[in-house]
Structures are given as structure tokens and as C-alpha cells.
Design a protein around this ligand. Structure first.
Ligand code: URA
Length: 422
């Protein structure tokens, strides 16, 4: 295709009208792009805005992760501080909740005062000073993608491997990172329902990221049931704090340690991935990751004092609000929990107000669902499967989530969420 850089430039600065730009996106959607064209498009998108240049000493330690979006996916909130505690530099530009998936920024904004808006210079300075920042996309970050994504959203052109690849990798490239880990989700609560689709997207992103000099490792992970126990913004902050203090759920801790280990291994701060995973785990158990998290909260406008006790944290996060009601979902039979449908849990939480169905939608940070069991738990009839935190939601709607809990007579095997790594 001729002049991709020119086309992207004209899309970014508005010289190309909506119809012509959409026509270009539709051609890519329908016919795909050759590898060299996709690299050219990704670089042109990256160059449409500001790119962070790091000085040498930091440059080789700058890392990030990207997840394609899940249910209860709070990995970034523990991973970024743990990486910083181990010596990496993490300029994490994250997204918001949309549809059934949650967003790291919304979760962090449950912390009163936490500010996710920053200029590139502020982001860079905070990372130099304390090793991490988690912020939203600003006007200068890949403006070409901003326009392309809005047009794709309006015209049904989101589900395209080359368009998703260039969108995600151009933004990561603008952060000036050396190494990237991609967590591509598959299963009931993921955008990519089949493992094959997830693998195709993962391989495309890895190929393009590596062609432009970013060392990249992909994990294809199962998103059939929610990650950890908490789904909902404030509840997920509490679970992240537990994880940062070495008391997190095993599946969440595994995702944090494996992804962090890969990054520490790839930038040479660990001997290899396994050693890196141990370093990350140590940082969760010895308080250094938590202390980085508190530094980030303070640097971004939050009050670290609210983390001084469980009570003050729950109060600050709105969990003790008088108008926040709770409702128990009880098991109708005894046995073992075989599965918990992530999509049904996500749809309930969206209905409660924990997420948004359109980009400008309002979020209620305190509502959500807390699982009282995990896959593999024994359960007695009448025992609580989950507690729903709501503001007067209809009971029938809450009970609908019960069919997402599969109870079997035999104890199921509990598998790792990590299906593939390459
Ligand atoms: N997330 C992005 O940033 N871009 C896409 O195209 C899809 C998901």
C-alpha cells in the first residue's frame, strides 16, 4: 500500500476527512497488511505524537505490560509497584473500563484524590523519581490512534488483528520502553473467546513490537472465571493491597510474579525469568512493593494515611457507606465449585454501575461482587458463593449470576491460568 506514513500523518492532523480515513481503515480491516506495512503504520502512529526519550541508564530498565482486558484483572496495580521495587522503571499508560472489562484507571480513581492525568514531562519525572506512574492516555500520546480508534468504534472496525496490533504497540512504543509483556486473555470473559484467536493476536503484536526493537513476551491466559475474588473498583483496590502485602489470591499472585519475572529477566535485573519471578514475589512479601505503591499514591494526589488500617481503607473507598447494601448469593446444592462464569459476573457488575457501556459513562466505584469461593472450593448448600455490594439493585437480577456457578460432585483440578508463553 502506498504512502502509509503520509496517510497516518493526514489522519493524525485532520487533513484527511472522516470518510476517507474510514475507507483506509476498512481496507486494512478487510485485506490486512503485509508485515513491513504494519511496521510502517505502527511507527507512523507512534511518531504522530510525543515519544519519551529516556537517558541511557534508565532506558534499558523501562518496561510495561498490556492486558487485552479481563474480569477482576487488577494485575497492573500490584505488578507496577513490584517491578519498581525490583529496580525497573514503569511508565504505565493504562485504560478505562469499557463494556464488560474493567479499567486500571477507574480502579485507581476509587482512591480519593488519585490523579491519573499527567503530561509526558510529569510522567517522565515521576518515573525517574520513584520508578513508576500509572496514568491515562493524554492528548500527546499517539493522536493518530485516538482518531483511528474513535472512527473504528463508530464503524464496527474494532475486531481486526492489524488494527489492534498497531493501536496497542504504537502506544507502548511512545512510552520508550525496552521490554514488554503482553497478557492476551481468552475464554468466557475475554474479547478473544478462542485460544487460537488469542494466539494469532499475540503473535502479531510480538512480531511488530520486536521489529521495532521492543523485547516482547506473550502470555495467553485463561479468562473463564474472574481473577482473584474481587470484581468492582474499590473492592479490587482492597484485593490489590492484600496482594502487595503478600496476602493475595494465588491466581493473581501467579500472574503478577510470572509477568514481572519475564520483564526483570529480559532487562537483566534477574538472571532469568524464574529468578525474576522470585524477586517479584519477595517484593510482595517484604513490603518493598507496597511501599512503592504508597509512594505512587502520594505522588499522584492520594492520601497514603487511608491505608493505615482496614477500617480506614474501607471507609475511604466507600465500602462502609450507609447506602451501600449487600446481598448474598447462596449455593443451591453442595459439592465443589467447578467454574464461575466471568462474563455473567461482569455483566452483573456492569448493571450495578461498576463499569460503563459507553466511553463517557459514569462509574460507581464502591459497587461490585466479592466471591466467597474460588474454583476448586468445597461448598455446602445454603453457603454464600458471593456477596454483591449494590445500591438497591433488583434481587432477581443479582440472583441471575447464580447460574454462572457450576457445582460438581467431584473435586475439579485447578489449572494455572497461563495456557501458553512465547
Ligand atoms: N485496545 C487498544 O488500545 N486498541 C485497540 O485497538 C483495541 C484495544
Amino acid at each position: 500500500m502506498d504512502g502509509i506514513r503520509e496517510i497516518i500523518g493526514r489522519i493524525a492532523d485532520g487533513r484527511m476527512g472522516d470518510d476517507e480515513a474510514t475507507e483506509f481503515l476498512r481496507v486494512v480491516f478487510d485485506d490486512g497488511l503485509a508485515q513491513d506495512e504494519l511496521v510502517e503504520m505502527t511507527l507512523a502512529m507512534r511518531d504522530s505524537g510525543t515519544k519519551i526519550d529516556w537517558i541511557d541508564d534508565i532506558a534499558r530498565r523501562v518496561v510495561d505490560k498490556h492486558s487485552t482486558g479481563g474480569v477482576g484483572d487488577k494485575v497492573s496495580i500490584s505488578l507496577a509497584p513490584a517491578l519498581a521495587a525490583c529496580g525497573a522503571a514503569v511508565p504505565m499508560i493504562s485504560g478505562r473500563a469499557l463494556g464488560h472489562t474493567g479499567g486500571t484507571l477507574d480502579k485507581l480513581e476509587s482512591i480519593p484524590g488519585f490523579d491519573t492525568e499527567m503530561t509526558f514531562l510529569e510522567l517522565k519525572n515521576q518515573v525517574i523519581e520513584i520508578g513508576l506512574a500509572i496514568v491515562g492516555q493524554n492528548q500527546d500520546l499517539v493522536p493518530a490512534d485516538r482518531r483511528m480508534y474513535a472512527l473504528r468504534d463508530l464503524t464496527g472496525l474494532i475486531a481486526s488483528v492489524p488494527l489492534i496490533t498497531s493501536s496497542i504497540i504504537s502506544k507502548k512504543a511512545a512510552e520508550g520502553i525496552t521490554s514488554l509483556v503482553l497478557d492476551v486473555k481468552t475464554g468466557k470473559g475475554a474479547f478473544m473467546q478462542s485460544q487460537d484467536q488469542a494466539e494469532t493476536l499475540a503473535r502479531s503484536m510480538k512480531k511488530i513490537a520486536e521489529s521495532i526493537g521492543i523485547t516482547t513476551t506473550c502470555l495467553v491466559t485463561s479468562m473463564d472465571h474472574p481473577i482473584g475474588y474481587a470484581v468492582g473498583n474499590s473492592l479490587e483496590i482492597i484485593e490489590s493491597v492484600e496482594t502487595l502485602c503478600g496476602r493475595g489470591p494465588a491466581d493473581l499472585e501467579e500472574l503478577v510474579c510470572i509477568q514481572g519475572g519475564v520483564l526483570l529477566g529480559s532487562i537483566g535485573l534477574a538472571e532469568d525469568n524464574e529468578h525474576g519471578a522470585v524477586m517479584i514475589q519477595d517484593s510482595l512479601y517484604d513490603g518493598t512493593a507496597y511501599s512503592k505503591f504508597l509512594q505512587m499514591v502520594s505522588a499522584q494526589g492520594g492520601n497514603p494515611e487511608i491505608f493505615s488500617s482496614d477500617h480506614s481503607l474501607m471507609q475511604a473507598l466507600g465500602i462502609l457507606d450507609e447506602d451501600l447494601l449487600s446481598f448474598e448469593i447462596k449455593a443451591e446444592q453442595s459439592g465443589w465449585v467447578r467454574d464461575i462464569d466471568a462474563m455473567l459476573v461482569a455483566e452483573l457488575c456492569l448493571g450495578l454501575g461498576a463499569g460503563r457501556s459507553e466511553i463517557e459513562g459514569h462509574i460507581d466505584h464502591s459497587v461490585g461482587l466479592l466471591l466467597n469461593v474460588s474454583v476448586g472450593s468445597p461448598i455446602m448448600r445454603g453457603q454464600s458463593l458471593a456477596t454483591v455490594y449494590h445500591r438497591g439493585f433488583d434481587e432477581k437480577g443479582m440472583l441471575a449470576v447464580r447460574k454462572g456457578f457450576q457445582i460438581s460432585e467431584d473435586e475439579p483440578d485447578v489449572a494455572s491460568r497461563i495456557l501458553e508463553m512465547f
